[in-house]
Design a protein. Structure first.
Length: 204
């Protein structure tokens, strides 16, 4: 998989600074990191599977009101939850609510979940339950030249977008616009590379 260094090489070529006389690693990496955040958000907006994830079954003990330490560390926001008992049985969709219902009686099932203060919350149940979480995940933002980008062909977008942000930072609007247009074209290539067997998806 490509690294930050690969994307920076592309960015410098587009900026006509292959020798890194002006656009050093220290100057470009923060701009690449911003471009990386943009790329993840855009991939989510088109439904790309590369930013979607599901957990293995997580045991939620009787009376527990959240996942505790079992909540995924790369979770940005949950999209749906399913629950089942300890024995093999069909998984049931849980109901998302803005707030856990006041005064609701605990049963042998969790039934409800809410996303509050960056935690998945439950009413709690009278028995242990297994929960699977489907969620939007965070791809680690790279910090070093040797860091992997974490997105197949991500360097195609990130090189151009990093160059655009660099040009924009010094007021070169013509270069900014040209590199932004190239980044948009390359975004479609990244989407295609990461869509698996999904039908074609496009940026809105």
């Amino acid at each position: 998989m490509a690294t930050v260094g690969d994307a920076l090489l592309t960015a410098r070529t587009l900026l006509n600074d292959d020798a890194a006389l002006v656009w050093t690693d220290a100057v470009l990496i923060p701009k690449l990191q911003e471009a990386h955040r943009e790329l993840q958000t855009d991939l989510w907006s088109v439904g790309s599977p590369v930013v979607r994830e599901m957990t293995a079954p997580i045991t939620v003990t009787a009376g527990a009101l959240n996942l505790g330490a079992n909540q995924p560390v790369d979770l940005v926001t949950p999209t749906s939850l399913k629950e089942a008992g300890a024995a093999a049985e069909d998984w049931e969709d849980m109901t998302e609510v803005n707030y856990i219902p006041l005064g609701a009686t605990k049963t042998g099932k969790l039934v409800y979940w809410a996303w509050r203060t960056e935690k998945i919350l439950f009413l709690g149940s009278t028995a242990d339950r297994r929960v699977t979480v489907f969620y939007r995940k965070l791809i680690t933002i790279p910090t070093l030249v040797s860091s992997p980008l974490g997105i197949i062909f991500g360097e195609l977008y990130l090189g151009a977008r990093t160059a655009a942000l660099a040009a924009g930072s010094v007021g070169n609007k013509e270069a900014y616009d040209a590199m932004t247009a190239l980044a948009k074209v390359n975004f479609e290539k990244v989407v295609l590379a990461n869509r698996g067997q999904q039908r074609s998806i496009h940026r809105p």
